[in-house]
Design a protein around this ligand. Structure first.
Ligand SMILES: [Mn+2]
Length: 252
């Protein structure tokens, strides 16, 4: 039986035929990656009061990319002018999902905003805007769309540390990744370990320091895997861990 992978959604607004629709949206790329990896995607709306019930339904969870966290969530009293799209309900839902999943030993994969969600939920902090706070970074555009690089192609390397979950997901000492972020991890949460860094030293992947199956990546493997098959591996590893968790939970 396919493991159920909960996928968090982004609030969106679009206007058609004179009506403004508010939507909870998930890109097909995330759904495709989970399907190709052998999981059954379950889209999760941001309903913080029901996070526990959603956790009853899933064997693993994927925290997707999206807009920025409220800086108050990581103790920053000043909101940088470049911080955008804050949605308190989504912040609360994802933080609750992370805490609940870790308690229940449900595996977690965080992508882009998702690695930042893991770090914030577990007590770390974020750089609110790389371009203005770290203006000259070896010429690396962490928003590669500004440099005209297609979304499925890499734009910078990361140096890998093969420990914990990362040892099962990555191989070699370096990986070429795409980049669509203007924020980054500042102080790493105590429970997390950095397992990939950009050339100027930003954390680009994390795993749990202890036994929990937690992986966060700052890039977007779901946009790359159709052209770069090694980028399917985080999703396969999540689905494998979710399948194992499902068996364990059913035995308990
Ligand atoms: Mn990057």
């Amino acid at each position: 039986m396919k493991p159920v992978i909960g996928i968090t959604s982004s609030p969106m607004e679009d206007a058609r035929v004179g009506i403004t629709f508010r939507r909870q949206a998930v890109s097909d790329d995330y759904i495709d990656a989970v399907v190709v990896a052998g999981g059954l995607p379950l889209l999760l709306p941001s309903l913080p009061d029901d996070v526990g019930r959603y956790l009853d339904l899933v064997d693993g969870a994927l925290l997707t990319g999206g807009a920025d966290f409220d800086p108050a969530r990581f103790g920053d009293e000043t909101v940088h002018p470049a911080t955008y799209g804050v949605d308190g309900r989504r912040d609360e839902f994802e933080i609750g999902l992370i805490h609940g999943a870790m308690e229940r030993e449900i595996p977690l994969l965080g992508i882009c905003r998702g690695i930042q969600a893991l770090n914030v939920a577990l007590g770390g902090t974020l750089v609110q805007d790389i371009p203005t706070q770290f203006p000259v970074q070896l010429g690396i555009a962490h928003r590669q769309s500004d440099a005209g690089v297609p979304s499925h192609e890499p734009s910078h390397p990361v140096a890998l540390t093969l420990e914990g979950v990362a040892a099962d997901v990555f191989s070699g000492s370096e990986l070429a990744v795409n980049s669509f972020h203007h924020q980054a991890i500042a102080a790493l949460a105590p429970e997390l370990r950095s397992v990939a860094t950009s050339p100027e030293g930003f954390v680009e992947a994390v795993c749990h320091a202890g036994p929990r199956w937690v992986l966060g990546v700052q890039w977007h493997p779901e946009m790359m895997f159709k052209h770069h098959p090694e980028q399917l591996r985080p999703f396969q590893a999540l689905v494998e861990a979710a399948a194992t968790r499902r068996l364990t939970a059913n035995r308990a």
